[in-house]
Design a protein. Structure first.
Length: 291
């Protein structure tokens, strides 16, 4: 096993610096394939696979939030030429926020896209999201359920189910992207440790959402500019969670995407890119961006 994370370097201009795109639970670098081309004319763009996801080998250690924060921190230091702009979706948003709070010298700005972040109990009442996290949190049970379902419905149906839950119509995606994503799901089914990484990340995420105090403290410690984006049709993380965060952090920029779900980088990539680039262009230079 290696500690090096797989990543895709989309290249790009250096005008707005380097963007590091961080996927969510069950995602990969492919989640950013439609967004990255709209960004490379303005910034260097890297999409990373966290340990045990995409094409990054699973670690021998559990893929907890802390391990993912350590892995992303090493990647930014070694590969990404900091300070960078971290762009995190879902679980990747929480990981990116923790990296920013703990290693502020590495991050110029932070973009949270439908982030899985602590929210009031009234907001975390999504039955679907709660049921998914609860099942995966049971040692042994989550592994069996995940393996059996994948074996029963196959890679293509597994991908389609995931996309639909994330608010993405698979039939509107480019055929080559769907084909590559199906191949990645099939490959992950044959790699020992991938299910373990997914489920240990699920359990760690569930713990963070329930035991929110240290994570709220970390968010309060963030001193770089923050763009918070959420779709109002998100079925996994209710939009009210980000609305509450925006109220708690009035200096953050909050954008709500009408009709978008949990993966706006796939469902409305051009709209998301427009908001992101407009916000980035208005930021002060990297040396002056601390707030």
């Amino acid at each position: 096993m290696t500690d090096e994370l797989h990543h895709v370097d989309f290249g790009g201009a250096a005008e707005l610096g380097t963007l590091v795109l961080v996927h969510g639970l069950g995602g990969s670098h492919l989640n950013w394939d439609l967004l990255a081309p709209a960004l490379v004319g303005h910034a260097r763009v890297l999409a990373v696979d966290l340990p045990g996801f995409g094409l990054s080998a699973p670690s021998r250690r559990p893929a907890t939030l802390r391990r993912n924060v350590e892995a992303l921190t090493r990647f930014v230091r070694r590969v990404a030429d900091p300070p960078v702009v971290l762009v995190g979706n879902s679980m990747g948003g929480l990981v990116s926020a923790l990296v920013t709070a703990r290693s502020p010298e590495l991050v110029r700005a932070l973009v949270l896209v439908a982030p899985a972040l602590p929210a009031p109990a009234r907001v975390l009442g999504s039955p679907r999201a709660g049921a998914v996290l609860a099942l995966h949190a049971l040692p042994g049970v989550g592994e069996r359920l995940r393996r059996r379902r994948r074996e029963r419905i196959g890679a293509a149906a597994t991908l389609r189910e995931t996309l639909v839950l994330g608010g993405v119509d698979p039939d509107r995606l480019p055929a080559d992207l769907v084909e590559r994503a199906v191949g990645l799901v099939a490959r992950q089914s044959d790699v020992a440790g991938m299910d373990r990484a997914f489920l240990s990340a699920s359990r760690s995420l569930a713990w963070a959402l329930v035991h929110a105090r240290p994570y709220r403290a970390a968010l309060a410690a963030v001193r770089v500019p923050v763009l918070l984006v959420h779709g109002d049709r998100d079925r996994l993380v209710p939009v009210e969670a980000s609305r509450d965060l925006a109220r708690r952090h009035p200096r953050w920029r909050y954008v709500e995407l009408a009709g978008a779900g949990h993966l706006p980088q796939l469902s409305v990539p051009d709209e998301l890119a427009g908001h992101l680039l407009t916000w980035l262009a208005a930021l002060p230079p990297a040396s002056c961006s601390r707030m």
